[in-house]
Design a protein around this ligand. Structure first.
Ligand code: TXA
Ligand code: MG
Length: 325
């Protein structure tokens, strides 16, 4: 037995009571499941780091259900307000100057706080019922694949979390875009809102997801890693798989018959190659290939437009093996 409960109004109330008491609750958002605690209670927040085995230098995202709560936690300038108007609730996290009230453990001692309003009715209801802001990283063990179903949360965290609210599969499937605003807008993590969409509102923005000179502590970490080695396919013609190796394929769209023969297990992210559908399925399909006892997973690279950039970013992090901290 695990502690998954359907996200009914009663169970959301029960979850809110746990949050108020300083316990941990896993809950669905439109991106991935979050592991939540009362953001204003440092002894609750510290449990998130313990359960996830997350390094304490990696700050958390604070989730709010309305802008007036955000105003209590951070300084919102004109540009931030405009972005909130366009993209909230939704998968855009803004990094803004923090106010005193936000505990240092949440921001890992930084003077900024990452904040977002999730576009998921269960998440919003939980935050409202809890009458506080909820600090929540993705509900996976540090470095592992982010969960997009309640079952995937249970596989990784199980009894370490007091309650898992089941709100079905997350509709976006990939984490929020993280954007710092000042001194100039910089994308710190590619995610659920494509860069092009943000540029339509505030003009050209820099993308800085580099691990060499990280602006966001999370960039340092190896992430989204399946246990099975993963390789991104650059050119299909170059793939040579030794006979004794069991290879799987994470395909963007249905592969042709000749290519199919190379793999013993294939997962197709989208029948039509649609990037939204591919993002939604990415983590679950990667997770299910990871359980097939394969020697290697080959992953097809998506085109570098829209959500394709965020998908490739996650695949690259899954592929990198030797730069963990
Ligand atoms: O979609 C999401 O964002 C999910 C759901 C649950 O909301 N949450 C999530 O949280 O992905 P997490 O902790 O896995 O990723 C947060 C990222 C990390 O890369 C962290 O370093 C960065 O945001 N971050 C948090 N606070 C920051 C800050 N003050 N300055 C720069 N980066 C920050
Ligand atoms: Mg995460």
């Amino acid at each position: 037995m695990n502690n998954i409960l359907p996200a009914t109004p009663e169970n959301i109330k029960k979850a809110a009571t746990l949050i108020k008491k300083g316990s941990l609750v896993a809950f669905p958002t439109e991106t991935v499941y979050g592991l939540g605690a009362d953001a204003l209670n440092p002894s609750a927040v510290v449990k998130i780091f313990e359960v996830k085995q997350r390094p304490k230098f990696n700050p958390l995202i604070v989730h709010v259900a309305d802008i007036s709560l955000a105003e209590k936690l951070c300084v919102i300038d004109k540009k931030a307000k405009l972005l909130m108007k366009h993209f909230w609730p939704g998968p855009l996290t803004l990094v803004l100057p923090k106010k005193e009230i936000v505990p240092d453990i949440v921001t890992a001692g930084l003077l900024t706080v990452a904040i977002r309003m999730p576009a998921h009715p269960v998440a919003l209801e939980l935050i409202k019922e809890s009458q506080t802001a909820i600090a929540a990283p993705s509900a996976n063990l540090s470095g592992r694949i982010s969960p997009t179903t309640a079952q995937e949360v249970a596989e990784q965290l199980d009894k370490k979390v007091d309650l898992i609210l089941d709100g079905g599969k997350c509709p976006i499937g990939i984490e929020s875009t993280v954007l710092a605003i000042s001194p100039k807008p910089v994308i710190l993590r590619l995610g659920g809102i494509p860069v092009e969409d943000i540029e339509k509102v505030i003009g050209k923005i820099e993308i800085s997801t580099s691990k060499k000179r990280p602006l966001s502590p999370g960039q340092l970490l190896r992430h989204y890693s399946p246990k099975t080695p993963l390789k991104i396919i650059k050119d299909k013609k170059d793939i040579k798989i030794p006979k004794n190796l069991k290879a799987g394929l994470l395909a963007l769209k249905p592969p042709d018959d000749e290519f199919k023969k190379l793999f013993i297990k294939i997962k197709v992210l989208s029948q039509t190659g649609d990037l939204k559908e591919a993002a939604k399925n990415l983590f679950s399909y990667l997770n299910s290939l990871d359980k097939e006892g394969l020697d290697i997973i080959y992953a097809e690279a998506p085109p570098q437009v829209g959500l394709g950039r965020a998908i490739l970013d996650r695949l690259k992090r899954a592929e990198t093996k030797n730069d963990s901290i």
